[in-house]
Design a binder for this molecule. Structure first.
Ligand code: MF3
Ligand code: CO
Length: 248
């Protein structure tokens, strides 16, 4: 069942998502060569707790940290640890916070030091793919209209869109119906109605879309070793168009 939110609920969700956005801004400011992903997670945990929130990822299906830190060829669910960032890396930081009973969820990809032109293009195209998907998040459209817009834009830029992980409805639970694939056909899937809140989170690979999961059962990497970037926003469907709750 797709749970549609009242205006009051959407305002509560704006609060949790704005807190996620502030956290991501803070973490972006800490990213530099030499810092470890564990240090980023520790900063995230301090920020979330001191803001009165609950880390939504920690303990979710046994996930051990507050954020996902996915570096270079890691597509998603990179677990914070001893890895130190290096000049020229990219890191996707995904954060989730529960505040006042509602979840916020967003992701940014951040350059470490100076990145190559090719890498910068991947990051830019991924950010644009999210914006293009958001523009289709209007009542009367279907989920597949978002999926198709993202896939066709990504592929027309010579990249591939990840298929094994999808976006999702979000509310009291971090993952609610409907699923939001980032590939597919226009005019298919559930119809978008005012009050739906969805997290759109395209993962874009420079090479092949196929993934492999490491021994830790979380870390997803590209099979071909190519770079991957991701951006995510939580978006409310409203009578006045898409309302991006996690944009500062
Ligand atoms: N943020 C991820 C998503 O967008 C969820 C992270 S999974 C967790 O769906 F286990 F780390 F929480
Ligand atoms: Co999400």
């Amino acid at each position: 069942m797709i749970h549609r939110k009242s205006k009051e609920e959407i305002e509560l969700m704006r609060m949790s998502n704005q807190l996620v956005a502030k956290l991501l801004q803070k973490l972006k400011g800490l990213v530099r060569p030499g810092i470890t992903t564990r240090e980023l997670d520790a900063a995230a945990e301090r920020f979330i707790i001191s803001s009165g929130g609950i880390p939504a990822f920690k303990g979710y299906n046994g996930y051990p940290a507050c954020i996902c830190t996915s570096v270079n060829n890691v597509v998603v669910h990179g677990i914070p640890g001893d890895r130190a960032l290096h000049d020229g890396d990219i890191i996707s930081i995904d954060a989730g916070i529960k505040l006042n009973g509602y979840c916020g969820d967003a992701t940014i990809t951040v350059p470490v030091g100076t990145i190559s032109k090719d890498t910068a293009r991947l990051v830019k195209v991924t950010a644009e793919a999210l914006d293009i998907g958001i523009a289709k998040a209007v009542q009367g459209n279907r989920i597949g209209d978002i999926s198709y817009a993202i896939q066709s834009f990504v592929e027309s830029n010579g990249y591939s869109i990840v298929r094994d992980f999808v976006g999702h409805g979000i509310g009291k639970e971090m993952h609610e119906e409907p699923q939001v694939p980032h590939f597919g056909s226009p005019g298919t899937g559930p119809k978008l109605k005012a009050g739906m809140v969805i997290a759109i989170e395209p993962m874009v690979n420079a090479g092949d879309w196929r993934l492999r999961i490491l021994q830790d059962n979380w870390t997803a990497v590209t099979v071909d070793g190519s770079l991957s970037a991701q951006f995510e926003h939580s978006v409310a469907i409203t009578a006045n168009g898409p309302d991006v709750l996690s944009r500062l």
